[in-house]
Write a protein that binds this ligand. Structure first.
Ligand code: NDP
Length: 400
């Protein structure tokens, strides 16, 4: 039995809190659960909602995770064994430092990026591998849906369906609608930094760059979703998958966007509202994107408004018994069902459930291995089993 600290009480944090309490009641894996974020009010609100629904008590705290000594003080006073970080990518390294100082295992859902450059890669967090190994602690990186489940899907396909991998396409479709003029389903600042960045994919052993959102294709999604336009983006799981899934000659990531979302985004970009360099406003430096994020709808408040489904999966082409074979493993998630269960929409839900599963598996010792790891480096089977048990059932289609 372990004491768990969840950091971040936004859309994803509220689902992690709910799901961790559910699993604690069912299996006893966590003895005490604490939720900390900058805003105490928001933590209190989430804790009260979870307790009213599940009857499991979870305590709220205010902390600025960028203040490592303050975070360590909180973690020591609560005797924390494991931290699930669902704050923002900017906090990753600080929270990893605090885990090393306090002897806690670490799980997150998004890789570190510095605030002043819209650039993410694993080198900073992979650079902690020796320190985590020497401390006997496990850090599990990117245990959301994408990254996270998409890494586990790839590992599962390689374990059970293919002898050799060739071409990987990760497809992320949000066919839901929230009825807002413009909103993002996860943190707006991080979302817009990701979507406006240059595209990148892996081919024949090297990275190929594309202009932002300049490549698109139609894909016919299952379960009545139908044909949607998907845009090529660089996504962080590609960086670890091309290292760990042997034989890949091409790996790409695709995401659907509505025409309206793209129109708004282009206008905002054209007038400078997505810029991350500070501008002077009457003597006060303001980062336009941070100001924009502050006035956009909060992802945590979109639950009641969002309807429709998401479909995210891995389509992996390779070879089995000397013959070509393609496998598509995916999950379908319904926004409204997620809201009825947890109060959150499906993008928060599909991230929060795997964050809980990763935290559970590390805590149980099933996925414990001193060092810093990506999800495809562990046995995918227990994770795949928990996806079905805890609300994200998956399907596999196969073609010869
Ligand atoms: P939200 O903006 O809804 O929530 C972010 C939370 O982090 C807020 O509660 C915020 O607190 C808290 N926070 C920010 N800075 C600090 C800090 N310095 N110290 C403590 N808490 C802080 O974002 P989401 O819930 O949508 O996203 C959370 C994370 O999940 C992001 O990193 C995102 O990239 C990741 N994600 C991963 C996905 C995946 O599939 N792998 C998909 C979607 C999201 P406050 O409100 O008080 O500022």
């Amino acid at each position: 039995m372990a004491n768990l600290l969840i950091i971040g009480a936004g859309g994803v944090g509220s689902v992690v809190a709910y799901k961790c309490c559910e699993v604690a009641k069912k299996t006893g894996v966590f003895e005490k659960i604490f939720l900390a974020s900058r805003s105490l009010d928001r933590c209190r609100e989430v804790c009260a909602r979870v307790e009213a629904k599940l009857g499991f008590s979870i305590k709220p705290y205010a902390v600025d995770a960028d203040d490592v000594p303050a975070l360590c003080e909180l973690m020591r006073s609560l005797e924390i064994d494991v931290v699930c970080n669902v704050a923002l990518p900017y906090q990753d390294l600080n929270i990893m430092d605090a885990c090393l100082a306090c002897g806690a295992n670490y799980i997150d859902t998004a890789n570190y990026e510095p605030r002043d450059v819209a650039h993410f890669e694993y080198k900073w967090q992979w650079g902690y591998a020796d320190r985590f190994r020497d401390a006997g602690l496990t850090a599990l990186l990117g245990s959301g849906f994408d990254p996270g489940v998409t890494n586990v899907f790839a590992a599962w396909i390689m374990k059970h369906e293919l002898d050799e991998a060739r071409v990987l396409d990760i497809l992320d479709c949000n066919a839901g609608s929230h009825g807002q003029a413009f909103a993002t389903n996860f943190n707006p600042e991080i979302n817009i930094r990701e979507v406006t960045a240059r595209g990148r994919y892996w081919e024949h052993g090297e990275w190929v760059e594309t202009d932002p959102l300049s490549w698109a294709m139609d894909y016919d999604f299952p379960d009545g979703i139908g044909k949607k336009k998907c845009y090529l983006l660089f996504h962080e799981e590609l960086e670890s998958l091309v290292l760990h899934i042997k034989g890949l000659i091409r790996a790409r990531f695709w995401m659907t966007f509505s025409e309206s979302y793209l129109n708004y985004l282009h206008v905002l970009e054209n007038v400078g509202m997505t810029a991350i360099k500070p501008v002077d406003y009457k003597g006060t430096p303001i980062v336009p994107l941070q100001f924009l994020a502050a006035i956009l709808p909060k992802p945590a408040n979109l639950g009641a408004l969002t309807h429709g489904k998401t479909c995210i999966g891995d389509r992996l082409r390779g070879v089995k018994d000397g013959q070509p074979k393609t496998v598509f493993v995916y999950n379908i998630c319904d926004h409204h069902k997620c809201y009825e269960e947890t109060g959150a929409q499906a993008v928060s839900y599909t991230t929060g459930v795997p964050a809980m599963i990763g935290t559970k598996l590390v805590t149980e010792g099933v996925w414990r291995k001193p060092g810093v790891w990506n999800p495809e480096q562990f046995d995918p089977d227990p994770f795949m089993a928990d996806l079905t048990i805890y609300g994200l059932p998956w399907h596999a289609e196969k073609w010869r």
